[in-house]
Design a protein around this ligand. Structure first.
Ligand code: ADP
Ligand code: MG
Length: 283
């Protein structure tokens, strides 16, 4: 997933903490093996290799992530879309070469992008990708899912007071002993630093500040608008608090694509969600 994963836990003894954390890290590693798009032998890439063919049975984890991604694609009008893979590949190419993809290159990939081309069958737990050459990219949702699952693994080993973090994504369980919640600070436009006290939820921040490619003085973000290609314009940051980190991770990415107003509107429609969107270079 390209980031370090950190765990903070409270447990009755160090032995309990060690064992629980080992199990949680093992679970995260298992999910990375399944969902990475850098490893040609991951479950995800094996699924993509069968694009254009018949439905493919997938694991529960992969099915869960893809159905949540599908659902958000529908609700966000395609702003969040895990079929964005071929565009993301062009972005990685641009980052390497320092040159923008040509119109022909865009046209070639745009035919392969679109959540309507990904068919999920919940009864059979299969996934069918309609066009050969389609490529799924779970970079905007899988970290959140892995953190949620890390908390589940900790809980199974008797540890409920925990925080898991990976880059801009955080999942928290029960509060530290004697506290109301975990303290997390977010920047809010105009109001400055704001303290949140949270438990049993996900908190994710997405934005254009850390990963971008600059070509001819223009910054292009690693968060892509699947409907029109590389995204540029005013860099923004979105922080989302949601009932779990799978939801906060994917919604934060969607909010960056949609921008302040539409992002806010999308998040307002989801129960138990708060969103803070701000321009990236002002406090
Ligand atoms: P980060 O990876 O910096 O934590 P995000 O959670 O916002 O940030 O995820 C960005 C990643 O999501 C990109 O690197 C890419 O893999 C993927 N992605 C980019 N654009 C989209 C999109 N419109 N919908 C879904 N996933 C996307
Ligand atoms: Mg995200």
């Amino acid at each position: 997933m390209g980031v370090q994963v950190g765990l903070t836990v409270y447990a009755p003894t160090k032995a309990v903490a060690d064992e629980a954390c080992r199990a949680a890290f093992a679970r995260v590693a298992q999910l990375e093996d399944a969902m990475s798009d850098y490893r040609p032998d991951s479950e995800l890439m094996r699924l993509c290799a069968q694009a254009g063919g018949p439905p493919v049975p997938v694991s529960r984890d992969l099915f869960a992530v893809l159905s949540q991604g599908h659902d958000l694609a529908e609700r966000s009008g395609g702003a969040f879309d895990v079929t964005v893979g071929p565009c993301a590949q062009l972005w990685r190419g641009a980052r390497k070469s320092g040159r923008l993809p040509t119109d022909e290159e865009w046209q070639a990939v745009s035919r392969l992008v679109g959540w309507q081309k990904m068919h999920l069958d919940p009864d059979a737990q299969t996934v069918q990708l309609a066009e050969a050459g389609m490529r799924l990219d779970l970079g905007g949702i899988a970290k959140g899912y892995a953190l949620d699952q890390a908390l589940v693994a900790l809980r199974e080993h008797g540890v409920t007071r925990a925080l898991a973090v990976a880059g801009g994504d955080i999942a928290v369980g029960d509060p530290p002993p004697g506290r109301k919640g975990w303290r997390i600070y977010v920047w809010q436009a105009a109001k400055g630093k704001r303290r949140l006290i949270v438990s049993n939820c996900g908190v994710s921040t997405s934005g254009d500040t850390e990963q971008f490619v600059e070509i001819d003085g223009q910054r292009y973000s690693h968060i892509i608008d699947p409907r029109c290609g590389l995204r540029y314009g005013e860099p923004i940051l979105a922080t989302v608090v949601a009932p779990d980190a799978t939801t906060s991770d994917s919604l934060a990415t969607a909010c960056v694509v949609l921008g302040q107003e539409k992002g806010q509107r999308l998040a307002n429609d989801v129960p138990g969600v708060a969103v803070y969107i701000r321009r990236a270079y002002t406090k």
